[in-house]
Design a protein around this ligand. Structure first.
Ligand code: BG6
Length: 492
């Protein structure tokens, strides 16, 4: 199979925060890989804009080092790297003042090209940047802006941000990134659901017992303690990434694969979420790794607050009040310092209405597992007869489609989430970006839960580093006669 790379139109991309961590780790290495793949045209221009007082050569040196460190295996040689770096420019800019804006204006190639402005800066600067872009004549109707999460920390702040941006840009010009939507398998979720006849008729509460969504990380909060302690797993992961996964799993088929059709359906899911009762939530905070406390300290040490009440783990049981899902719970969980890095969605189907094989055949259920990372793929557990003599004994076997096996080298060719999303910005395709009303609806659901914890001074339960979270999480499942699935990599 030969992958088809369709070059995008020539563009000018300005990265505010161009010397920052995200720019160095993700944005510029990602753009370089698109350049290597032949998708980024040679006429494209990338302009880093930040406070640092360096010149264009200094910026190229910085990005050369960043690509060497974070560029991955797909880098394509020194000559190409030089050609890519030649597309780079830099301006020292003051987001709140006038310094640098005239220089930036001069660097923009002029009209007729795609103009994109990536706000890879603190949200408190979004308004200043938008205002200055307008003042300097760069916020024309063709311009696009890209904004990163966190998009607010509650409904009120998200609304304020939306209003601030709306004063300068139309919704069709605003690209709110949730990098989970750029992941290969997350898009595959839509392909599997809406490209096959097989699943959709069964995709409802009549046939699905429950659905689990797990996003487990082995890392701790690392150097991000200050940010994380003000957010916690709920704001950092649930309000955005897990909510998006839930929407894609639960939404009705959109009429078309186009931005508003998809986002309208996602919004309906969020608006149909029931409030979550407190006994359907398990919150946790990781403890230090025994005998390795210096390297892997506990959460409170890592964030520098011995009394922190912020959760690094959360599990919840969620109900969606609509015809399709009434009665089928969705269990979601995410946490740091867990036993393995595994993100997976599991659809557990109901038992057959009657077993013709009798009680001794045991209970067998079809389980569809969609692995987002690592080892992306889809596994469907089916029940068959155990081979050999000795009567009718049933066993479950996996129908496994690990993408790396099924697609060979093409699976390795996959594009990092940021690369895909930035190319979508240039193409002007908002399908994989969050709309303002979606973000506000997600906060509307999240806010009362967080406010409840704050009002009760809720303290998360401690859990061991390298475990599956606090016992409350497995207890919540046990009460429902269910259990968390081990990763499909392990148990099939
Ligand atoms: C980020 C969160 O949005 O997603 C991080 O802020 C988290 O806390 C990260 O570690 C997980 O992303 P991924 O792509 O590594 O699963």
């Amino acid at each position: 199979m030969v992958s088809r790379v369709i070059p995008v139109d020539p563009f000018d991309l300005v990265i505010f925060g161009g010397t920052g961590d995200l720019a160095q780790r993700k944005i510029l290495p990602g753009l370089f890989r698109r350049f290597c793949a032949g998708q980024m045209p040679h006429e494209a221009k990338i302009i880093g804009a930040a406070r640092s007082d360096i010149d264009a050569d200094g910026y190229r040196d910085l990005i050369r080092a960043a690509i060497a460190k974070f560029g991955g295996e797909q880098a394509c040689g020194d000559a190409q790297l030089d050609a890519f770096l030649a597309r780079l420019n830099y301006v020292t800019i003051d987001a709140k003042g006038e310094k640098g804006w005239a220089d930036l204006q001069k660097l923009m190639a002029g009209k007729g090209r795609v103009e994109a402005y990536y706000f890879s800066v603190a949200p408190s600067l979004f308004g200043d940047l938008a205002e200055r872009l307008q003042k300097w004549g760069m916020a024309d109707s063709q311009a696009r802006i890209v904004v990163e999460k966190p998009f607010g920390r509650d409904l009120e702040t998200a609304r304020t941000l939306n209003n601030t941006l709306a004063a300068f840009f139309e919704e069709r010009q605003i690209y709110r990134i949730d990098h989970y939507l750029g992941k290969e398998t997350v898009q595959n979720l839509m392909a599997v659901r809406f490209g096959n006849m097989l699943f959709e008729p069964l995709w409802n509460s009549q046939y699905v017992d429950h659905i689990q969504i797990t996003v487990a990380e082995t890392v701790g909060v690392g150097g991000r303690g200050e940010y994380y302690d003000k957010s916690g797993a709920m704001r950092d992961m649930v309000q955005n990434h897990l909510m998006q996964l839930l929407c894609l799993i639960a939404m009705e088929p959109p009429a078309r694969f186009d931005p508003d059709a998809v986002r309208d359906e996602k919004l309906k899911v969020i608006r149909a979420l029931d409030p979550v009762e407190n006994h359907h939530i398990a919150r946790g905070q990781y403890q230090a790794e025994p005998c390795n406390e210096a390297e892997n300290p506990g959460y409170r040490t890592a964030v520098g607050d011995p009394r922190s009440r912020t959760e690094s783990f959360i599990a919840m049981k969620i109900h969606i009040s609509n015809w399709r899902w009434a009665g089928t719970p969705f269990y979601i969980r995410t946490g740091k310092r867990m036993s393995s890095r595994a993100s997976e969605i599991t659809v557990v189907f109901k038992d057959t209405p009657h077993s013709i094989f009798g009680e001794e055949a045991g209970r067998h259920r079809n389980v569809l597992s969609i692995r987002l990372q690592p080892n992306e793929g889809i596994t469907l557990g089916v029940t068959i007869k155990e081979p050999g003599p000795g009567g009718m004994r049933l066993i479950d076997v996996p129908l496994d489609m690990t993408f790396a096996d099924a697609l060979g080298s093409e699976a390795d060719d996959h594009v990092d989430a940021y690369e895909r999303l930035i190319m979508d910005v240039i193409r002007g395709n908002q399908t994989l970006f969050m709309r303002g009303d979606e973000v506000e609806a997600a906060w509307t659901w999240t806010d009362p839960i967080i406010k409840g914890w704050e009002a009760r001074h809720d303290v998360p339960k401690p859990y061991d580093s390298g475990s599956d979270g606090p016992t409350d999480s497995s207890e919540m499942m046990r009460r429902d006669g269910r259990s968390w699935r081990k990763g499909s990599n392990e148990d099939v």
